[in-house]
Ligand binder design. Structure first.
Ligand code: HEM
Length: 509
């Protein structure tokens, strides 16, 4: 009993300490003045400073609306949003975006953003991510953009079987005796399905069918997010202990490492023996090994670190896009009928025609236009103070980014921007995977998401599989706005929201 009391007192003081630290850091951000754009932005005086502190704290739960308002106030003019830990300099004009993309990575770095957010040193097995595009830049491109995309069509039938089997299992669990519709927790189910599909492509069938590995692989990205979030609020010297608490002594990571290491070591041995390409396994793990630099060979630890980082990036955004697409279907049910017609009319079956389903592509692009999982894109951290040609300053340590959600809702670029129009992009003649400054969903330029062709293929397969076999609905009392919550700039589906699902055969009977 005494021990419990002591433990809860320690916990209480720890939380108080962290809160005090957050307020202190936020106060420092709110009151510091390190660049031209800040000077013009920050009024002096104690009440103004308190107002700034409130703005920094408010960003945690109102980020998307603060960013949207900033954009509406002075369209295409740069503006600053103060946040805990750093300022966001938000730009949206063509010139600013061009200069942002042309800036050297020694000045504006995407990887430095990832380090700020996820603290890979602590969360990804001591991964020392380079600020500049290092060897892994071309590795990402070759593994995801080239090899994964090229191999996807061959793997799709197996992945679709898996999707149907697992979705049926989830649905079966959601039936009650009183309701002929099954209720499934949308976001949790989406994450489980995506994790299983991605795992098959990342590490192959055997590990994917190992429940201990799969559970850890599903838990790991979630743990990295939460731990990265807590570490952003914690002083550096406490990072090791905080990481250990937040990750339950690194349980998921340790499990993944226990399974991945022997496989990677064996494959590296096979490489030394000169195994022929035709005899090598067809999965991302192998492609990472095959695409690693030939001069300075990566050891097993480096291959595992790169795999963890790619794995982490592959699950959540795709799951969220799937959830938002399902919500858009239930909110716009006429599209379910139209999409079923399009699927049924594919001459050789829709699975082999995923690139020739214009309505599905346009519908999903409209869904991502209105419901991106983050309100900003093209994030870069200034490693040195960066000055745009119009004099806009991004002080060292701040981030510069583009307000993607605001741009994607701008009436200047999209007619009736708030209206869901599933045919919009057919009329416009653009595809979901296209890169476009008016649709910076995938980023732009040489850092644009190399996983997007894979992500879109899987998203289409998942959505088509669901609507072909099931009727879906949602509790109509749920206001669409209440199905998600905001954290900093992100827009995340609530885990409590359930989708109602009904096998179509039963409806027809
Ligand atoms: C709907 C799902 C996804 C969205 C919205 C998305 C979006 C993005 C964005 C905005 C960036 C940054 C680009 C920039 O700042 O210029 C990015 C980078 C990246 N994405 Fe994705 N992504 C998705 C799915 C995936 C998947 C499934 C994978 C892996 C299979 C992946 C792998 C990556 C990698 C490795 C990078 C970093 C590229 C680099 O460092 O050069 N993404 N993604």
């Amino acid at each position: 009993m005494e021990y419990l009391l002591l433990a809860s007192l320690q916990g209480f003081f720890f939380v108080c300490f962290i809160l005090a630290f957050v307020v202190f850091k936020s106060w420092k951000i709110a009151t510091s003045s390190s660049g031209e754009i800040k000077k013009s932005f920050r009024p002096a005086g104690i009440s103004a400073k308190i107002e700034s502190l409130v703005a920094v704290l408010r960003f945690f739960v109102s980020g998307p609306s603060i960013i949207l308002d900033g954009y509406a106030n002075g369209k295409n003019a740069p503006y600053v949003v103060q946040t805990q830990g750093k300022d966001l300099v938000i730009v949206s004009s063509d010139n600013h975006i061009k200069e942002l993309l042309e800036a050297p990575e020694t000045q504006l770095s995407l990887h430095a953003v990832a380090k700020d957010l996820f603290k890979p040193k602590y969360t990804m097995y001591e991964f020392d991510v380079h600020d500049e595009m290092a060897a892994n830049g071309s590795m990402h491109f070759r593994v995801l953009r080239t090899l994964l995309t090229a191999n996807l069509p061959r793997m799709l039938p197996e992945l679709q079987n898996m999707m149907q089997r697992e979705f049926a299992k989830e649905t079966l669990q959601g039936y009650t005796k009183t309701d002929e519709w099954s209720r499934i927790p949308t976001f949790d189910v989406a994450k489980r399905l995506v994790a299983r599909i991605n795992s098959y492509l990342f590490v192959g069938k055997d590990l994917t069918e190992n429940p201990e590995y799969l559970e850890a692989a599903l838990a790991y990205p979630q743990e990295v997010f939460v731990t990265g979030e807590v570490l952003q609020l914690t002083p550096e010297f406490l990072a090791p202990v905080v990481t250990s608490i937040a990750t339950k002594q690194g349980k998921a990571l340790k499990t993944m490492l226990r399974y991945l290491f022997p496989i990677v070591e064996e494959r590296l041995r096979q490489r030394e023996k000169g195994i022929l390409p035709s005899e090598r396994p067809l999965d991302c793990l192998q492609w990472i090994i095959d695409s690693s630099p030939t001069k300075e060979k990566w050891d097993a630890k480096k291959v595992v670190q790169e795999t963890l980082a790619l794995w982490f990036g592959s699950v959540h955004q795709l799951s969220m896009a799937f959830v938002y697409a399902l919500y858009d279907l239930v909110d716009n049910p006429s599209y379910i009928t139209l999409l079923r017609e399009e699927l049924a009319s594919a001459p050789d079956g829709w699975l082999s025609s995923l690139n020739d389903l214009p309505l599905l592509d346009s519908f999903l692009k409209e869904s991502t236009r209105l419901s991106p999982s983050d309100s900003i894109s093209l994030r870069r951290k200034a490693l040195k103070t960066f000055i745009f040609s119009d004099g806009t300053v991004v002080p060292k340590g701040s981030w510069v980014c583009v307000p993607q959600r605001a741009i994607q809702r701008d009436a200047a670029y999209y007619e009736n921007p708030e209206r869901f129009d599933g045919h919009r992009f057919i009329k416009q003649g653009s595809a979901l995977t296209d890169l476009d400054a008016r649709f910076p969903f995938w980023g732009l330029g040489k850092r644009a998401c190399p996983g997007r062709f894979y992500a879109v293929g899987i998203l289409k397969m998942m959505v088509a599989s669901v609507i072909e076999q099931y009727d879906i609905d949602i509790d109509q009392a749920t206001n669409p706005e209440d199905r998600m919550f905001w954290w900093r700039s992100a827009i995340i589906p609530k885990s409590t929201i359930e989708l109602r699902v009904h096998e179509r055969q039963k409806t027809r009977a």
